[in-house]
Write a protein that binds this ligand. Structure first.
Ligand SMILES: NC(=O)c1ccc[n+]([C@@H]2O[C@H](COP(=O)([O-])OP(=O)(O)OC[C@H]3O[C@@H](n4cnc5c(N)ncnc54)[C@H](OP(=O)(O)O)[C@@H]3O)[C@@H](O)[C@H]2O)c1
Length: 503
């Protein structure tokens, strides 16, 4: 059976995590991330969170935790929680083999979708199913990748996790990232400490933060909230750039042929990227030349929509087309004069057109006329006062997308070369997924226009290097693909955001 889009994306996320783990805390937090990733495509606007409740075997919890010492160096014959397992760490599978000896897993869980149980509550429910209760939890550690939440709100469907952790008399809580949500931001940890629990944070902070960048961007309102007068610092969606190119950096042949430069697995992963952490809050975007040349649907396939729908309540009957359309991500085109709107394109037709947004420059009468026509058809048209071909234009467009009624938190930029180049040159790309097909196209369309326009000489040291970068082979099923093997290169043009680690 072929892997589903979510399975493929999950594999990529796991591939980006460190392959060597330094101690038991990192091992259990890695396990939390594995669980958290089960919520891919469904959790937004919430974060991806996993939780594991474990009890050290043979030693009281306080002794187990104190033995590691402040410096994290354990003593004695058995591995200690903060002890470096070997020079450079141990592999996950090696530690997993030992784990059954030193720990008893009482329960584990994850946040499966917005509105459903939080990870901590899911772990308690699992523990109850396994026959464990509060008397077992006193000697247990609750590991989670994010600080447990501590507040109630009208919009919140679940009770605060801290309350449940205290009620169940858990001995210790260890989490990777403080929740940067201003409603939490260390309050969860303080509440647990006040109730007498041992609390520790900051282990595995970078890998854990990389999994929740979309949530962090949304909840902190962008890093420049204080300077919102500058549009470059205004709240905006997390922007992932997807490129699919040849070894010589072409995305299409001279004749414009670009279908299919990558194989079925790479394309399935793109489906999952389109859904982001929930299609409702995600968008896919292209420049108007790509829309005109390829007439792409930019939609999620019905089978994938069904996979995203947990309860399976979406029946793929024609009567349900309308409901299916609501589950699609937004589609966005950047088109100064709305030229593309006069063509018979999928973007402007079908029930999904209600999820289409055209961004244009208000400064031209044709554009304004075409915008009216679009709005009559139920298609959103956002008119900007500034040219789209400018950093300010792109930033203003993004800021509009993050506001109601769109509330877009994740934008997948699918090209073409001009739009992608402009976003990169403007510093508005947060993450890059580049699928490289091992073929040469020769004279073709380059994947990116110049990102250093006007600069005569650029040194290699000035080139834009990805940080926290990784690469992964995409192993295609040979029955469905006779093209060359592909590699996915992934990384971040800027430092990623790690919430403060210690409280
Ligand atoms: N292999 C792949 O993965 C892949 C992916 C995408 C595209 N493609 C191929 O790429 C080709 C189209 O790429 P392209 O580079 O020619 O065009 P593009 O980037 O898709 O669109 C460029 C157009 O977008 C509009 N635009 C609005 N704001 C812009 C900005 N800030 N910066 C740049 N453009 C902006 C401009 O038109 P206005 O001035 O009128 O606004 C511009 O002419 C097609 O042949 C398509 O098949 C391949």
């Amino acid at each position: 059976m072929t892997d589903s889009p979510l399975t493929l994306l999950r594999r990529h996320y796991l591939h980006c995590l460190p392959s060597r783990l330094r101690n038991w805390h990192e091992f259990w937090l890695y396990r939390c991330l594995e669980l958290a990733l089960q919520g891919l495509g469904r959790v937004a606007p919430n974060p991806l969170v996993g939780a594991v409740l474990v009890r050290p075997r043979g030693r009281p919890l306080a002794r187990f935790l104190s033995e590691e010492g402040e410096q994290g160096q354990g003593q004695g014959p058995e591995p200690q929680p903060g002890q470096t397992t070997a020079s450079g760490g141990e592999s996950y599978s090696r530690l997993e083999a030992d784990c059954a000896r030193y720990f008893e897993v009482l329960g584990q869980g994850y946040h499966a979708a917005c509105g459903q149980l939080h990870a901590e509550a899911a772990a308690f429910a699992d523990a109850a199913r396994n026959g464990y209760g509060p008397k077992d939890f006193q000697e247990a550690i609750l590991y989670c990748n994010l600080e447990p939440c501590s507040f109630r709100a009208a919009s919140k469907k679940q009770p605060p996790c801290c309350e449940q952790v205290v009620q169940r008399r858990v001995g210790a809580v260890i989490f990777a990232n403080i929740d940067p949500n201003p409603e939490v931001a260390g309050r969860g940890a303080s509440e647990l400490r006040r109730a007498g629990l041992i609390v520790r944070s900051g282990d595995f902070a970078l890998p854990s933060a990389s999994v929740n960048q979309i949530f962090f961007r949304h909840i902190t309102g962008g890093r420049g909230r204080k300077a919102a007068d500058n549009v470059l610092n205004a709240p905006r969606p997390w922007v992932s750039l997807k490129l699919a190119q040849s070894l010589d950096a072409c995305i299409a042949t001279k004749s414009g042929d670009s279908r299919w430069i990558s194989g079925p697995k790479a394309r399935a992963m793109v489906q999952a990227l389109r859904a982001g952490h929930s299609a409702k809050y995600s968008a896919v975007t292209v420049g108007c030349s790509t829309l005109e040349a390829d007439d792409p649907s930019l939609l999620l396939r019905p089978a994938f929509l069904q996979e995203l729908s947990h309860s399976g309540e979406i029946a793929l009957s024609p009567e349900n087309q309308k409901r299916l359309a609501c589950r699609q991500p937004w589609r966005v085109v950047w088109d100064s004069q709305l030229r593309s709107s006069s063509l018979p394109l999928q973007f402007y037709s079908g029930p999904e057109r209600e999820r289409s947004i055209a961004i244009y420059h208000r400064d031209n009468p044709e554009g304004a006329e075409r915008a009216k026509v679009l709005q009559q058809k139920g298609i959103a048209a956002i008119g900007l006062e500034v040219p789209l071909h400018s950093t300010e234009g792109l930033a203003r467009g993004l800021a509009e997308l993050s506001r109601p009624p769109y509330n877009i938190q994740h934008l997948l930029l699918e090209g073409g070369a001009q739009l992608a180049g402009s976003f990169l040159a403007a510093g508005l790309v947060d993450e890059v997924y580049c699928f490289i097909s091992q073929r040469f196209i020769g004279a073709g369309l380059r994947s990116l226009q110049d990102i250093h326009p006007g600069q005569e000489r650029v040194l290699l040291s000035e080139s834009l290097q990805l940080r926290h970068n990784s690469s992964m082979r995409i192993v295609e099923d040979r029955d469905g693909w006779d093209g060359p093997e592909e590699v996915l290169c992934h990384g971040y043009p800027n430092e990623i955001f790690i919430p403060q680690t210690q409280i």
